[in-house]
Design a protein around this ligand. Sequence first.
Ligand SMILES: Cc1cc2nc3c(=O)[nH]c(=O)nc-3n(C[C@H](O)[C@H](O)[C@H](O)COP(=O)(O)OP(=O)(O)OC[C@H]3O[C@@H](n4cnc5c(N)ncnc54)[C@H](O)[C@@H]3O)c2cc1C
Length: 490
Amino acid sequence: MRNPVKGQNIVIIGSGIGGLSTGIILSLLNFHVTVVEKNPLPGGLMRSYRRSGFDCPVGVHYVGALGHNEPLGKMFQVLGIPVDELFTPLGQEGIIDRYIFDDLTFDLPTEIDELENNLIKTFPKDTAALSTVMKNLRDISRRMRETPFLLYPNDPFQNMDYYQPMGELLESLHASAGLRAVLAVPCQLIGVPLNDCPILFHHMVLAGYLFSSWKLKENGGKMTDVFVRRFRELGGVLILDDGVKKISFADGRVTGVLLESETELSADAVVAAIHPKVLLNLLEEDVIRDTHRRRIQGLIETEGVIAVNAVVNAAAHPAVSHNIYRLHRDEDGIIKDGCFYQLRESNAPDSNLLSIITKSLYSDWRRWENTKSGSRGKDYEEKKLGIAATLLKKAEEIFGSLHDAQILDVYTPLTLRDYVNAPEGACYGAIRSSGQLLKIASLNNLPVPGLCFAGQNAIAPGVMGCLVGSFDAARRIVGAERFAKEIIRV
Ligand SMILES: Cc1cc2nc3c(=O)[nH]c(=O)nc-3n(C[C@H](O)[C@H](O)[C@H](O)COP(=O)(O)OP(=O)(O)OC[C@H]3O[C@@H](n4cnc5c(N)ncnc54)[C@H](O)[C@@H]3O)c2cc1C
């Protein structure tokens, strides 16, 4: 979309954090906004779910940069979402993450200077490489703080050098395998391997957490409620349990959407806060040129995960104030596999919640590809529970005996595929790798008047990435001039 939209009616497809936050910004700009969600409940990956009375997280374990005057904090302020109601600081003991490798444990501290000290102490032979890495990290961090919503001149996206893959840079700096492995972890949070992860995204993730790190006070259901409350208070309309099945066009412009229920909604613009491949299925063949269509169809996805949520006895397993990554690397510093652990308070006083997430290939679940959540059969349940039992056993190396752990739920790439329409269960949408950057960038210039993306496929994944995408979608809809006057001023 190249020109500001004429007209006031906007339909947003998808009520994940991308859709709801775009809805809030556009409502602040006095548009009439309707968010349409295929699921009975809003929130997409942001939402938690309940099993045996316990709230289990899906896509919000920790977020960075929510402090006052920090990038995400500023965006929440514009949206009118109260950070204190939803989040509490993580890393009270000075550690955000603990990375445990076979031969090394590295603590990610809460500040950039401490990170530099820890890295130099741990990798004394890497001082030259570290000097470049820290210089870049400080530059990106400064730009993130200075530019409103990361969208204006001098924002970190403008420096083309930062699109070089992080792995390539470290190679040229002769970084040790240990350093590479430690620096590979932030890339995992957006689902890109170090060797193909643009410096920009790596550093934005890392800098975000170093500004400040936060976890949810309660759960993703509450977070969703607060976003929905704000959206509705601004006059937004939310339609649930009725997916969009077609986007309508006339004279080369978007005119509205058709829902599964056959309801037609007219619109002057449609924001797709969904995966690009899902969007393609909503468009008539001739709306997008073949080359563009093929480019989208050919996008490589981020990998899927299997996740276990289990409840443990709080006295035996007190909550841990940082996240833990148990990782295995090869001699080149490439992370081969690993697990993310978060052991936190649950909503019941005597129990804590252990979340375990690890990579799981879609192809490993292909046998059940044509089944639906809840009716995949006994073999699927057995496979899932077998993996969960192995993951719990492995977690004992860190947390001690977990014989009392009660598995609440296990979800797989197929679960996420069906739940939020994520092709191949991709956790973070299409991969933001250096190799795929041009294809991905072209998504931001859909040659269709009145249609643009928001959410994790617009600019970047994660809560911060989604919000940058939402502000960018709003900027496209109202035009840069009005956006600068009315939103940046807020
Ligand atoms: C396991 C996991 C852990 C994560 N952990 C973190 C974390 O700790 N911190 C962090 O910052 N990020 C994390 N993320 C990433 C973060 O959750 C996502 O980037 C973000 O929630 C994506 O939001 P979204 O709005 O783009 O997409 P989604 O949340 O996927 O929302 C898309 C919505 O569109 C709906 N939809 C799809 N098709 C249609 C249709 N045709 N009609 C109507 N509705 C439709 C879907 O049902 C869904 O509700 C994690 C992700 C995963 C999977």
